[in-house]
Design a protein around this ligand. Structure first.
Ligand code: HEM
Length: 130
């Protein structure tokens, strides 16, 4: 099973509770990175929802299947929104922590390592465009 499969499996398990992870993810994001909360201060719930949807899609999609240029496009737009490259790690880790919390005792080391690999790989691409 690849790291990507494991990340997907953890999302599927988290989805079983049918609880929306959006609020928890943003709460953890802002707790990890108060500076990002300032940048997001004017962003309404609808746009926060759209943003998290795309973040989840990136986490769930094998890298080779992400539309070429998508990350470069978003990183470029986000620079103009006032986002710094340092803001991405807390966001991705906040999503991971929220999924981990949903899984409770079902979370394990294999998920931990798979998420770490996925986050590092996305961050390497984000930083390459930053
Ligand atoms: C891979 C990570 C990220 C993805 C895929 C992503 C994606 C998105 C998307 C799809 C939108 C909505 C744009 C629209 O529909 O008009 C958005 C808006 C926004 N994002 Fe992100 N985002 C990411 C990371 C971040 C980070 C780390 C910050 C830091 C604070 C951030 C700050 C914002 C802000 C401020 C807006 C609102 C822009 C506006 O006022 O029009 N994003 N993001």
């Amino acid at each position: 099973m690849t790291a990507q499969d494991l990340v997907l499996e953890s999302f599927e398990l988290a989805a079983e509770s049918e609880k929306d992870i959006t609020a928890g993810a943003y709460e953890r994001f802002y707790a990890r990175c108060p500076a990002a909360q300032d940048v997001m201060s004017h962003v309404d719930e609808h746009m926060q929802g759209r943003m998290l949807e795309e973040v989840l899609e990136l986490l769930m999609t094998p890298e080779g299947e992400v539309e070429p240029g998508q990350l470069a496009f978003e990183v470029g737009n986000h620079r103009a929104y006032g986002t710094s490259p340092d803001h991405y790690r807390p966001l991705l880790e906040a999503v991971r922590d929220t999924v981990e919390r949903e899984l409770g005792a079902r979370w394990n080391e294999r998920f931990e390592h798979a998420w770490e690999a996925k986050i590092e790989s996305l961050l390497a691409q984000i930083h390459a465009h930053a």
